[in-house]
Every structure is written in C-alpha cells, then in structure tokens.
Design a protein around this ligand. Structure first.
Ligand code: ADP
Ligand code: MG
Ligand code: MG
Length: 255
C-alpha cells in the first residue's frame, strides 16, 4: 500500500532578484485510501508544496525529505515521479497545439505504465472515462488544453487521474472556477478514483465547498508555509464559519 511521507520540508523559490523561503517545515504523511484536505489562505504556500513534490525546477528544496514507499522522490526526475505513481493535477496545464487529447493521454499512459496500451482497448477506455465525466466525445480530437474552458481543464485533469491510476494524487484547487454542476461531475470522478482504496489523495483547496462532495479523512490548515493545525472534517466546518483569521491574524486572508 502506497505511502507518501513529507518530512520537515523547506522550499525556496528563486526569482531574478532573490531567493525566498516559502515552505518552512512541512510534515505530512498520506497513506493509500486516505484523503487529506490542505486548506489555507491565498499565498500560504499550498501550490508551492505541490510544485515541490512534482519537481518543478523553480522550487528548490533546501532541506527535508519526500518519500514514496520509502523511495526518495526528490532524487527522481519529473518523469520518474510519474512512473513511481505520483500524480500532480496541474502537471500539464500548458496548451499543446497539434497534439490531440487522445494521443496525449496515450503517451502519458505509456510513460506511466511502461508500455503503450493496446490501441483498441485504449480508445474504449478513454471513451468510457470521458462518458463518466460528461465530456463531449469530440474532446478527444481537440488539442491539449487549447481553448479549454476552466471546467474543461479540470475535467481533463480528472480524466487523466482515472486513466493513469496513480498511487498518490495531488489535486491543487481542482474546484476553482467550477460551477456547481461541473463540481459535482469532477467530484464524482475523484470519488470513483478513490473507490479502489488503493490511492491516497491530497486535495488542496481554499474553500470548503468541494469537501461537501469529496469527504476528507483529515483536514490540515496551512498558513505561512506550514501545517498549523490538523484534524478531521469538523476542522473544515470551523474554517467555513470562522475563516483563516485565527491562523493569520489577517482579515483579508480570512475570506
Ligand atoms: P497558495 O497556493 O497557498 O496560494 P503559493 O504557493 O502559490 O500559495 O505562493 C506562496 C508564496 O510564494 C507567495 O508569496 C507567492 O508569491 C510565492 N511564490 C510562489 N511561486 C512563486 C514563483 N514561481 N515566483 C515567485 N514567487 C512565488
Ligand atoms: Mg495562490
Ligand atoms: Mg495555490
């Protein structure tokens, strides 16, 4: 059973002018079958956490460790991380003109599975997964993310999740920009993915709304580059009521 262990993770981001520490000692363990919601104000470093685990070159790990089933993730290339079973929802947010979704997904599946899926099975698999997510069949012929609406991009992410079946999925603001109908469909896709009980989910979000559809087992409050409180679902209810002001002392961030 998969386990992702993040220990005392410190991460800096380097810009033209300077290097700034964003993550200041993150500790988090996610096991197969568990859903962990990471909730925090804007700018607290939630995306930095997902980028650092994904291996984005802009984010430098200055100390701490990330292990997947005991293997050192930080030593792995971005591709190796995907093959090891890590999935970052914003891993492919870029537009790829001229590459159809169907081909893109097959390439991604080939990378993760180590061999190309049988073409006929693959087309069937993709069609079924697209139908589950209410994705128009013509979507498969469109270029990757080109002209996709916010909702389509999110559906595309969840489509990948269902097809690539990672061990640990990190979903960063999967709920942002979704109307209620799209949120329901996307959440159903995540819940279907969770059904097997073999994968762990890190669900990063600013708002509690998505947690009405995807039940977290643990809720962590993220502020100033660290997890400052952990609990169960009730913690999300408290955040819904009181916002983040208790953790930041900042009225703006509390919204
Ligand atoms: P969140 O996802 O919680 O809103 P982020 O991780 O996006 O927070 O950002 C945390 C802090 O790190 C912010 O102050 C942000 O400006 C800074 N930061 C993140 N990524 C970069 C980057 N690529 N370049 C410069 N600053 C960054
Ligand atoms: Mg942000
Ligand atoms: Mg973010």
């Amino acid at each position: 059973m998969a386990t992702l262990e993040i220990k005392d993770l410190h991460v800096s981001v380097t810009t033209d002018e300077a290097s700034k520490e964003i993550l200041k000692g993150v500790d988090l363990t996610i096991k197969a079958g568990e859903t962990h919601a990471i909730m925090g104000p804007n700018g607290s470093g939630k995306s930095t956490l997902s980028y650092a685990v994904a291996g984005h070159p802009k984010y430098t790990v200055t100390s701490g460790s990330v292990l997947l089933d005991g293997e050192d993730v930080l030593e792995m290339s971005v591709d190796e991380r995907a093959r090891a079973g890590l999935f970052l929802a914003m891993q492919y947010p870029v537009e790829v003109p001229g590459v159809s979704m169907t081909n893109f997904l097959r390439t991604a599946a080939t990378a993760v599975r180590g061999e190309a899926p049988n073409l006929r099975h693959w087309v069937k698999e993709v069609k079924g997964a697209m139908a589950d997510l209410d994705i128009d069949p013509t979507f498969g012929e469109r270029s990757v993310n080109e002209g996709f609406s916010g909702g389509e991009k999110k559906r595309h992410e969840i489509l990948q999740l269902g097809l690539l079946k990672p061990k640990i999925a990190i979903l960063d603001e999967t709920d942002s920009g979704l109307d209620v109908d799209a949120l329901r469909v996307v959440s159903a896709g995540v819940n279907k993915f969770k059904e097997s009980g073999e994968a762990g989910v890190m669900l990063i979000t600013h708002y509690t709304r998505i947690l009405k559809y995807i039940q977290p087992d643990f809720v962590h409050v993220f502020a100033n580059g660290r997890i400052v409180e952990s609990g169960g679902r009730e913690l999300a209810d408290q955040l819904e009521e009181h916002g983040y002001v208790k953790y930041t002392g900042n009225q703006e961030a509390a919204k």
